[in-house]
Ligand binder design. Structure first.
Ligand SMILES: C[S@@+](CC[C@H](N)C(=O)[O-])C[C@H]1O[C@@H](n2cnc3c(N)ncnc32)[C@H](O)[C@@H]1O
Length: 262
């Protein structure tokens, strides 16, 4: 009985060792098989694509500006259409309003002609800037009738089309000889209309002052101010787009801050 018990005991004690040996052998075999199969697969697979090149700083900032632009327009009810100067709605991105302030302070015009009054928010803004400069008048034209426009001694409102001969001649009469003139075009932004405005009003701006073509950002729906400016600049060497005015990265007037250089 003792012997049987001994034999059974030694057999029992061998089980874990044999099991362990079998497990180790199995793992070793499996690894060598996997190694062979992955090496075989490598020859069949295409070469791995290299990791994407890191973006340059300018690529990243262009993407960020594009992202801001898309966000700004996608949220129009709370951004673009929700901007006020002293309580009056103004259709200007604050980044552009600041550029107007810098331009007007650097070389204050005597007369600022504006096409596209809307509710008078931008005219009111310009009038405040002129108050600070203690000079300047604003002549602004709107095709529609808006009531309750802000009243200000520096602003004269006109009703009519900016491209009509009647309005253009009236504007001309209001400019006194020797006065410095600046113009901003912010009415109908379709290409043909802006081109007509450019042809007319470019003759009134004095050397060193600006002719601003607003909303020259690409319009996906129709040829607009962007295309008008491009065409105008190809045939008019009196003006140069002052790209330094786009220093904040985003402007609704890209290529549209035109300076009269001769
Ligand atoms: C973008 S809004 C002007 C916004 C305004 N300058 C501001 O910053 O608050 C354009 C305005 O131009 C007017 N408009 C459109 N065609 C016109 C034209 N031929 N002559 C004058 N105004 C025009 C529209 O009725 C509209 O009120």
């Amino acid at each position: 009985m003792e012997q049987v018990n001994d034999a059974a005991g030694s057999k029992k004690s061998l089980f874990p060792i044999v099991g362990l040996l079998l497990f180790v052998a199995g793992v070793a075999l499996g690894q060598s098989w996997n190694g062979r199969s992955s090496r075989a697969d490598e020859t069949l697979l295409p070469a791995p694509t290299p990791p994407p090149k890191p973006k340059t700083d300018s690529e990243i900032s262009a993407e960020q500006i594009e992202g801001f632009k898309n966000w700004y327009y996608a949220h129009q009810p709370t951004t673009f259409s929700n901007t006020y100067w002293r309580g009056v709605q103004i259709f200007k991105c604050p980044l552009d309003a600041w550029i107007f302030q810098e331009i007007i302070h650097e070389n204050p015009p005597d007369v600022l002609l504006e096409t596209g009054t809307y509710k008078g928010g931008s005219a009111n803004f310009f009038a405040s800037l002129f108050d600070l400069e203690k000079r300047g008048r604003i002549l602004t034209v709107e095709i529609k009738h808006y009531t309750d426009k802000p009243r200000h001694p520096r602003i004269t409102y006109f009703t009519g089309s900016s491209t009509s001969d009647e309005i253009f001649q009236t504007f001309k009469k209001f400019i006194r000889p020797g006065e410095k003139v600046m113009v901003t075009l912010d009415s109908n932004h379709h290409k043909e209309h802006v081109l007509k405005e450019l042809q007319l009003y470019s003759t009134l701006v004095t050397v060193g002052n600006y002719l601003v073509v607003e909303d020259s950002i690409k319009n996906p729906n129709f040829p607009g101010a962007k295309e008008a400016v491009e065409e105008f600049l190809t045939s008019n060497s009196n003006y140069a787009a002052d790209r330094s005015r786009e220093k904040f990265g985003f402007t609704t007037n890209p290529n549209g801050w035109l300076k009269r250089v001769r």
